[in-house]
Ligand binder design. Structure first.
Ligand code: COI
Length: 361
């Protein structure tokens, strides 16, 4: 099961009250349609169920639905080998969500509230039996087909029609069970002509509008037979920035592991920073800098993309201006495989949590 729309029945909502300066919190339990039933339905049938729910009576016309003025987070909770459930680095998501809301000039959601609500949210859904149990079979393919809980907190504006800034936003948390994100027969990527982010724009914020260009470019790439699309910078049109919804790493012949440096056009991924820490811990020279597509074409021996949804996903080749540059004979490289098995081992609790990344639910 990849990403799916069958949301857990309990969701959380808070709304900022500008008069009191407080966030008013509430919980909502969905109607009688069981998660298992939802999962079996088509997307159209699921949508019909959601339309009837109208959770919390949220306003339909607002800055988020009209102008994509909204931001969100993606976090995963992992069933542990010892039966526990842990969230992976939720403090980082809390901090990024705070930054995103500030970046949108919305009242930022307090990090402590983000953490307490996310944990309580998982506890409540777990009590109803909605969190997958650990399955030892997952170890056979190093968790490639394992399940996790994908937690999606997001900002949603109050009712509004003109273009403006949200003063009294909602923060909603929902979740679903996921396994691998990418689907398809190959792991090829293609460079797109489209632009995801511009200097002084919103590329550094995890905001909804950034994903419009990504979705369009990804559809074009998929139609042309590629799994993923890669964006170049908007100014020089030669520096690699990121994938459709993930950061990117290049392992060069020199042994260096390069990923684009953070700036106003790169999303500060939490898997990205975890991979940097894991690679440095094993002595790899990791460099955050600009890397041109020409340099990739000449020097790259292995490439992978990273993200909460994507995990660490190898890229077999990058096509640029009609020429395909193949990495490591199309086979996932050793460094990426090693980092992936360390990361998954920590996340699912089969390896020691040396960096103290897991937070118990
Ligand atoms: C994630 O990796 O969690 C993301 O938020 C990207 C998403 C749009 C698939």
């Amino acid at each position: 099961m990849a990403f799916n729309l069958a949301m857990y029945p309990i969701s959380y909502v808070a709304q900022y009250n500008p008069a009191t300066g407080k966030w008013d919190e509430a919980w909502h339990q969905a109607d009688s349609v069981r998660f298992e039933e939802l999962e079996r339905m088509s997307v159209a049938e699921q949508n019909a169920v959601y339309a009837k729910r109208n959770l919390f009576g949220l306003p339909l016309v607002n800055y988020t639905t009209q102008y994509a003025l909204g931001c969100f987070e993606g976090m995963k909770a992992y069933p542990q080998k010892n039966g526990a459930l842990t969230l992976f680095r939720p403090d980082r998501n809390a901090a990024r969500f705070h930054t995103s809301m500030k970046g949108l000039y919305a009242p930022p959601f307090p990090e402590e509230l983000y953490l307490s609500a996310s944990i309580e949210f998982l506890k409540r859904n777990r009590e109803l039996g909605y969190v997958p149990a650990y399955n030892p079979d997952w170890e056979k393919d190093t968790f490639a087909g394992a399940s996790a809980v994908y937690v999606r907190p997001f900002m949603y504006s109050e009712g509004a029609i003109g273009v403006g800034i949200s003063h009294s936003p909602y923060v909603i948390i929902c979740a679903t069970t996921v396994s691998s994100y990418f689907k398809g027969q190959n792991t090829k990527a293609i460079i797109t002509d489209r632009i995801r982010a511009t200097p002084k724009g919103t590329g550094w914020i995890k905001c909804a509008s950034n994903y419009v260009a990504s979705a369009l470019a990804k559809k074009e790439a998929e139609e042309a037979g590629y799994m993923e699309v890669i964006f170049l910078d908007a100014t020089d049109r030669k520096y690699v920035e990121e994938g459709s919804s993930c950061n990117i790493f290049f392992h060069l012949k020199s042994g260096e592991l390069v990923t684009p440096a953070l700036g106003d056009t790169i999303l500060p991924g939490i898997t990205r920073s975890s991979v940097i820490e894991l690679a440095r811990a094993e002595g790899v020279r990791v460099v955050e800098r600009r890397i041109s597509i020409q340099e990739v074409a000449k020097k790259c021996v292995e490439c992978f993309v990273t993200g909460t949804a994507a995990g660490i996903t190898p890229i077999e080749s990058v096509t640029w201006k009609g020429k395909e540059y193949v990495f490591n004979d199309r086979v996932p490289g050793e460094l990426g495989k090693r980092l992936q098995s360390r990361l998954k081992g920590i996340q699912y609790g089969t390896l020691p949590d040396a960096f103290k990344w897991n937070v118990s639910v």
